[in-house]
Design a protein around this ligand. Sequence first.
Ligand SMILES: [Zn+2]
Ligand SMILES: [Zn+2]
Length: 68
Amino acid sequence: MQNIEVKKGICRICGCTMDNPCYNPKAGFCWWTDDKETLCSHCDGILKDDSATVHRVNDIPGWEPDGE
Ligand SMILES: [Zn+2]
Ligand SMILES: [Zn+2]
């Protein structure tokens, strides 16, 4: 029996944290959509289907928010 470990403060879909969040030019950085802090806004609802959404921005070398 294996449990997939779900940790508070880590998105269970993309693995983002508040130190390494997701970003969408329209919505900004991700936020938690559940009380347990295991699902972020950018892995839920319309943002997950938006091609402009990037996950875990700190994993992307040289990433910067676009648009001023
Ligand atoms: Zn996520
Ligand atoms: Zn996220």
